[in-house]
Design a protein around this ligand. Structure first.
Ligand code: AMP
Length: 112
């Protein structure tokens, strides 16, 4: 946990966020500033700055983040197609330096 990290504070329940799904190692919340009709954030409870900072021993956690996307999809009405986005590093557009996956759905997306 990092005292100044907004996601750590949400995980710590210092900031209310109404998780839509929570496991031992992951929390999923709605993005406060959605970029699509459906926009969730898949966040590990362990504070890891970005993908570059993942260790080999985080492999199961990283896999669980993908599986959480599958589970979230299953729980949404109609199990919609979705896009996953990870901004990793400032110049990639990362604003919150606690690794997370954006889960976006509910509209037609262009090619990457
Ligand atoms: P990124 O640019 O990949 O670091 O994305 C960070 C995301 O976190 C942005 O889409 C923000 O809208 C979102 N965000 C920041 N603070 C909160 C919060 N308190 N609750 C939910 N989402 C947040």
């Amino acid at each position: 946990m990092t005292a100044t990290c907004v996601f750590c504070r949400i995980i710590n329940k210092e900031i209310p966020a109404n998780p839509v799904l929570e496991t031992d190692d992951i929390i999923i919340i709605k993005d406060i500033n959605p970029k699509a009709p459906i926009h969730y954030l898949i966040i590990p409870k362990k504070h890891i700055q970005d993908v570059q900072s993942l260790h080999d021993q985080d492999a199961i956690l990283a896999a669980n983040m993908l599986l959480a996307a599958r589970e979230l999809c299953r729980q949404l009405p109609g199990s919609p197609d979705f896009k996953l986005v990870v901004n990793s590093g400032k110049s990639a557009g990362q604003c919150v330096f606690h690794v997370h996956i954006h889960f976006l759905a509910g509209k037609q997306f262009g090619e990457v």
